[in-house]
Design a protein around this ligand. Structure first.
Ligand code: ARG
Length: 585
């Protein structure tokens, strides 16, 4: 099934060709949702854009198009407004038929991608022995949502965790581990050194203060590179401990991801440098091997080099990204690679991508996308920190959200005089707490910074997870109250859109496919949030204005179908955001 918008576009292009000739077959009819429902549902602005080219008044062009335009199966007769807009209003009977069609469709009218492809989403990607901070939280939530949407569209998605598990800092960590836990290196398969982050801090202190220690640390790096057994063992112990901590967060957030850390690409690093040499891109600069970039300059305005091998022979973050890029294209056969990180890394991505392009490593059919996002701020407008000024531990942050959600529920239950089991309360608190954190993040345009506020994200009012979850609960309440099994309403149930509120809701339900393909293109999850927020709002208006259980047949069944479709759309939409629904709350 083609979306209504697509079909209307097709018809408009046909009319353009009929009116002005074949050369207009490729013109975009600029069909957008109408700015005001007064003007109908869609508006085509093509007449205005062609005025110069055709040397005619836009209104005259619009008239010529409309004369040839046959949209009678979808719309009321088209109208021309203002300087030359073509306004289209969908017919009631068309909407009724479309709704019937999606009612029987488990995909709710969202077609699978016509050409499914291999897509890699590189997200989350914390660093071993370092804090997983709110930046990683954003990457995790946004990356997961993007992956879910691509999966739903039928793409072959590889979710990759590009964990920072390699580099010279491991020399320092391993040397310190040898000092404080000598026994761990020979006996243990698991390590309990407590908080890894404070371990890191202490190791760093030791490193900064003692030159002899620095030398030992450097030797450990050499041994790690050479694959010496007990150094590698120590490295694995450190990774394992971090991994366990990351996993706690992934479990709480319901995240599936495959770890393929930086160390994986270690063996491919020398070839990156050799191949850059072969295509003559490499230059020596104070002993370092680098590629000079276009469009990037240092403070003095001189061209900026991207160092791919340091003078001591070591490699960089960028070298690893070049190696991983080649691996993902050659071995994984990825057609689109999506990197989700904070916008602070935008230059890094632009730089190594430029080098890869110059080297001819990116085939024409492969797309590379950096998906940047802004900062999480505290209510003081500065980077989100604890009161004492430390970075916030993600576990604490999520636990706090759950515990506040729990307090909210307990208060509400008391007010309503309701008794619920401990199990129920725990479940609702966890779903509400986690959903609120996710939704607060996803509902912002990811390019901007946002202020983290538990109060705001947990509020039952506004564009929040609880508001959305509550709308879903309301639909389920209708089915419980009327003792109606939504699934058994019958696919042949007639849909009647008599009231304005029904029409408005119906039109919105039919736009899910447009939103999903938009997000697939622009990778902006907040669009899906906006869509769901408006859906809840339109559903609430419908619910206030149109009695459901108290109305007579055949209106009653038709309205029940609208409730069911709203419920299914909310559930699917929230699932694409990584949010689970509740039957009751
Ligand atoms: N580990 C990096 C960080 O914490 C993020 C890695 C992102 N992915 C990549 N391929 N560079 O900032």
């Amino acid at each position: 099934m083609n979306s209504t918008q697509e079909q209307l576009k097709l018809k408009l292009v046909q009319a353009l060709v009929a009116a002005f000739g074949e050369e207009f077959a490729g013109v975009d009819p600029i069909l957008v949702a109408a700015s005001n429902p007064k003007f109908g549902d869609y508006q085509a602005n093509v007449a205005l854009s062609l005025s110069k080219k055709l040397g005619k008044q836009p209104r005259a062009i619009a008239t010529a198009i409309v004369e040839k335009l046959d949209v009678s199966e979808f719309c009321e007769p088209p109208e021309i407004a203002g300087p030359g807009f073509i306004n289209l209003k969908l017919q009631r009977s068309y909407l009724e038929a479309q709704l019937s069609a999606i009612q029987a469709d488990p995909r709710l009218g969202v077609p699978p991608a016509p050409v499914p492809q291999k897509e890699i989403v590189d997200f989350s990607s914390p660093n071993i022995a370092k804090e997983m901070h709110v930046g990683h939280l954003r990457s995790t939530i946004i990356g997961d949502c993007i992956a879910r949407i691509l999966e739903f569209r039928g793409h072959d998605v590889l979710r990759l965790n590009h964990v920072g598990d390699w580099g010279t800092q491991f020399g320092m960590l391993i040397a310190y581990l040898r000092e404080v836990y000598p026994q761990a290196l020979t006996t243990a398969n698991v390590l309990d050194i407590g908080d890894l982050v404070s371990f890191y801090r202490k190791a760093k202190q030791r490193f900064d203060q003692d030159e002899a220690f620095q030398e030992i640390a450097r030797q450990e790096v050499v041994k790690l590179q050479a694959g010496e057994q007990d150094t590698v063992h120590a490295w694995k112990l450190l990774c394992e401990q971090s991994r366990k901590e990351f996993q706690i967060i992934y479990n709480l957030l319901d995240i599936k991801i495959t770890e393929r850390g930086e160390s994986f690409y270690n063996q491919y690093l020398p070839a990156v440098v050799e191949d850059l040499q072969k295509v003559d891109l490499l230059e020596e600069n104070q002993g370092a091997k680098c590629v000079f970039l276009e469009g990037f300059t240092n403070r003095e305005g001189e061209p900026l080099p991207l160092i791919v091998q340091k003078s001591d022979g070591g490699y960089n973050y960028a070298t690893t990204d070049l190696a991983s890029l080649r691996y993902r294209i050659q071995q994984d056969q990825a057609k689109r690679i999506i990197y989700v990180t904070d916008s602070g890394q935008a230059n890094h991505f632009a730089q190594f991508m430029q080098v890869a392009r110059k080297a001819g490593w990116i085939p024409d059919d492969v797309e590379l996308v950096h998906v940047p996002f802004g900062l999480v701020l505290g209510d003081d407008g500065k980077k989100f920190k604890t009161r004492s000024g430390d970075t916030v531990r993600l576990r604490d942050l999520l636990d706090e959200a759950i515990s506040r959600a729990r307090t909210d529920i307990e208060t509400r239950l008391k007010e309503e005089g309701r008794e619920e089991s401990e199990e129920f309360i725990n479940h609702v608190a966890e779903v509400v707490g986690i959903s609120s954190v996710k939704y607060a993040d996803l509902s912002q345009n990811r390019n901007s910074n946002y202020v983290f506020s538990y109060d705001k994200m947990l509020s039952l009012k506004g564009n929040t997870a609880p508001y959305m979850l509550y709308a879903y609960v309301r639909t389920q309440g209708i089915s419980r109250e009327g003792n109606i099994d939504f699934e058994n309403l019958g696919v042949d149930a007639k849909i009647l859109l008599g009231e304005e509120a029904e029409l408005t809701l119906a039109k919105h339900l039919l736009q899910l496919d447009e939103v999903v393909s938009e997000v697939e293109q622009d990778l902006l999850p907040n669009r899906l949030c906006d869509y769901l927020y408006q859906l809840s709002d339109k559903f609430n208006k419908f619910y206030e204005n149109c009695p459901v259980l108290k109305s007579e047949e055949p209106v009653k069944t038709s309205r029940l179908v609208l409730c069911h479709l709203t419920a299914k759309t909310l559930k699917l939409g929230l699932d694409l955001l990584g949010i689970r629904v509740l039957e009751r709350m």
